[in-house]
Write a protein that binds this ligand. Structure first.
Ligand code: RP5
Ligand code: MG
Ligand code: MG
Length: 281
């Protein structure tokens, strides 16, 4: 995995905990950093023992789970290969983050998510593809949501529930966050379901691995599988009204270009998508 930056921001999100400073040169575990003394932080939401959170495996009361393996319904394997267990807990494969413990993440080690990147071509009022002036390439649009937690624009992704197939997470999260399926009327639910089923049959994987997520710690981190679902004619999901729901407060079709600013490593995933379609970037 490559360098992480967003999970070294001065403040840990939500809980106002200061991260121990880690410069670019101090990220790697192989580089000695004797003064390194990160705060041990677990968010109140995790301490409340919700179903999605692990127990504190540093406590001798809890036997060690199957690290680097499928542990019952919980996937504790990393997309980036085996991670190390130091003092009974996993160690972030990229390096130091300035916080140890789990922060607000439920799992020690990898916390698996899935990211649906839904795209269509930008069209003018006559239905013709719009090309960007300088590159001369057609402009691709993707569905972005605005996150309730940070206000940043992002891909409408979410956590893979225990035992859930990634293909199911991709559809569920898109429905919840970009189409507000949870609060839709029964007849609307059917229309949403049909459009998603149809478009999500053919996806292309554009990324699999570590995410530079602001919630990452030295012992817990986000990983994802990002899939592109492209509506070539604009007549599938590209036609249905978008509606922000669940942990999204806004939703819109967004033109892809190198100037788009997104949450965590999402810029990288949408860039891969633009490359895949040879669209303007
Ligand atoms: C990111 O967090 C992933 O890429 C995914 O988009 C998201 C999942 O977390 P929630 O949206 O459920 O907070 O790391
Ligand atoms: Mg969600
Ligand atoms: Mg989400």
């Amino acid at each position: 995995p490559c360098m992480h930056v967003k999970c070294r921001a001065p403040m840990y999100p939500r809980d106002n905990i200061s991260r121990f400073p880690v410069s670019d040169e101090q990220v790697s575990w192989s580089k000695a950093y004797p003064e390194y003394n990160p705060p041990d932080h677990t968010s109140p939401s995790v301490l409340a023992k919700p179903v999605w959170a692990d127990p504190d495996f540093r406590d001798p009361a809890f036997p060690q789970p199957k690290w680097n393996d499928l542990d019952g319904k919980i996937n504790r394997k990393s997309h980036s290969g085996p991670y190390e267990i130091i003092d009974k807990v996993p160690r972030n494969p990229v390096g130091r983050t300035g916080v140890c413990g789990r922060g607000c993440l439920g799992r020690w080690g990898p916390n698996h998510a899935a990211d649906p990147i839904v795209t269509r071509w930008k069209r003018d009022c006559r239905g013709n593809q719009v090309k960007e002036g300088i590159s001369g390439k057609p402009i691709l649009q993707f569905v972005a949501i605005q996150r309730r937690d940070s206000g940043e624009w992002a891909i409408p992704g979410g956590m893979v529930d225990a035992g859930e197939a990634v293909s199911v997470t991709l559809k569920r999260e898109f429905g919840e966050e970009a189409m507000n399926s949870i609060e839709a009327r029964e007849d609307e639910k059917v229309e949403i379901e049909e459009a998603i089923q149809d478009l999500f049959q053919n996806g292309k994987e554009v990324y699999r691995g570590y995410v530079d997520d602001p919630r990452n710690t030295d012992n817990a981190w986000m990983e994802t599988v990002a899939f592109n679902f492209h509506d070539e004619t604009g007549r599938s999901v590209g036609r249905i009204a978008l509606n922000a729901g669940d942990d999204a407060v806004g939703v819109r079709w967004t033109d892809l270009s190198s100037s788009v600013k997104l949450f965590a490593s999402h810029e990288l995933f949408v860039k891969q998508t633009a490359m895949l379609h040879n669209s303007h970037w």
